[in-house]
Design a protein around this ligand. Structure first.
Ligand code: DX5
Ligand code: ZN
Length: 230
């Protein structure tokens, strides 16, 4: 299996100091920066769009992993690619022409990821496994950070991992939602090698207390790596 990677989700960062937060998690040892794009339709929450990406890109040299929780992603993939996404993830539930959307991402020179909600079976992506660079299994229902890990997605991860191993291609298997020092080892055992973590790295912000910084983020990332079993 590929090396373990930790992808902090900036959804849990302080948006008032976004560039600084990105610089700090980069210095703290993150592998990718995970950007959650929500449209208020596919998911109930609304976050950020293409104009914010250059500010993130300017603050780090790490790959920018864009998770599109939006309807009709094919209409805006080019914007995300142009503004700095390196990896573009589309939800299978939003893509009736999934194969074509993956081709669209590749034609823009970016790596293609397909994302599955907890209720979506692995079989939904089986026909396109040969075209993918990355698979993202949601371990919460998308929309918000800080939710509890859904254990029942683990057999799905095992199944996708077996397809990846059989393909002998270096496809990343990422998991997103409720990743903590408690849950990461089970996700790793089920075959995941990239771990998105929002709350577990940026912490829960408390009013009146100084914000966490480099030392806290470094410890959090290191603890996740240790808990995953390296
Ligand atoms: C949820 C997002 C996640 C979220 C993870 O819809 O896709 O990336 O930020 O947050 P935690 O790690 O707090 O569950
Ligand atoms: Zn995400």
């Amino acid at each position: 299996m590929s090396q373990i990677k930790i992808a902090p989700s900036i959804l849990a960062s302080d948006f008032g100091r976004l560039a600084e937060e990105v610089r700090t998690v980069t210095e703290a040892g993150a592998d990718w920066i995970h950007v959650d794009v929500m449209d208020g339709h596919f998911v109930p929450n609304l976050t950020i769009g293409p104009p914010v990406l250059p500010a993130i890109k300017a603050a780090t040299k790490l790959p920018i992993d864009v998770h599109l929780m939006i309807e009709q992603p094919e209409n805006s993939i080019a914007d995300y690619a142009e503004k700095g996404a390196d990896r573009i993830g589309v939800h299978v539930e939003t893509c009736p022409h999934l194969h074509s959307t993956i081709q669209q991402i590749h034609a823009l020179g970016k790596l293609a990821c397909v994302v599955l909600n907890p209720g979506t079976p692995a079989e939904a992506i089986e026909p396109v496994m040969g075209d993918l660079d990355q698979v993202l299994v949601m371990s919460v229902n998308p929309g918000f950070g800080g939710q509890a890990f859904i254990e029942s997605v683990l057999p799905k991860c095992e199944r996708i991992r077996s397809w990846i191993d059989a393909s002998r291609r270096d496809i990343d298997l990422e998991i997103d939602g409720g990743i903590t020092t408690d849950t990461i080892a089970r996700a790793h055992s089920a075959g995941c090698n990239v771990f998105v973590a929002g709350t577990a790295i940026f912490g829960k912000r408390k009013e009146g207390e100084p914000p966490p910084g480099l030392a806290e983020y470094r410890t959090a990332i290191e603890n996740l790596r240790k808990a995953a079993g390296r």
